[in-house]
Design a protein around this ligand. Sequence first.
Ligand code: SIN
Length: 306
Amino acid sequence: MKKSGILQTDFFGKLANSPLVLASGVIDVSYSGMLRAVEAGCGIVTMKSLTLEPRKGHNGPVVAEFAGGFINSMGLCNPGIDSGLKEADDFKNRSDAPLIASVFAISTDDFIALTRKVNDSKADAIELNLSCPNVADEYGIPLAASKEKVTEIVLEVKKISRLPVIAKLSPNTYNVPEIAKAAENAGADALTLINTLGPGMVINIHARKPMILNKFGGISGAAIKPVALKLIYQISKLIDIPIIGTGGVLNADDAIEFLMAGAKYVSIGTAVYYHGIEVFTEIREGLINYLTTNNLSSIEDILPLS
Ligand code: SIN
């Protein structure tokens, strides 16, 4: 990995070696996977969303590839908050890279209980996953579809969180900018935009079956990049808090597009399935080349479009 301070960036008072973020749900259940991502050039790590109790998730196949990216319906498989936070602490005992603990719940009380646990961990920020599109059968439509619910949860979590609070929103409503503004007004310190699109469906015509067992799933990858860019661009003009941009970042040019759209950090998930964890090294080097070729001295010199 090339060493260079040119990509260093602030993350709520902590130094991140690059603005590149490991997206939630990608080799981030164990501390060793997260360390590998950081060694490859990722600056900030997000954990798989943790719930109060462990969850097995959906039966497989839970992921399938199609021309535009991937469809997944993992069903929030995770070891539960207590085991998950042990991995978080194990990671932080070995690395200074900022770590975001992502949590999922469906009630404000459960979000509060999760926040209390994250407060006692070594995590650097908490991300409220308000937007998983894959558990509607169990819990109904995602909380991120409701401005009132987003407001209530962020307000209550902010009252007790000792860490910066990040709200992860869904692209799957017509009023995402309004909901984003509501999250900021409720006290969110940052937004993650966007969770997966859909749910959608992909069919195996030979087996005459949906490609994933759960039939429907969230869409990630190149197909959703224009949606993510549009929402980040629009929302960054409405709010003053930073945006972690995510959705179809496959290479350095994509990451630069996200920065130009108005994201401060760029989160990468699907690209790891295509290229392995080394994709962070490639993107990092691509960013350094772009900065040097354009005589820019820091990543913050890539300014958002007007
Ligand atoms: C899943 O576990 O089904 C995906 C999580 C998410 O999209 O928030």
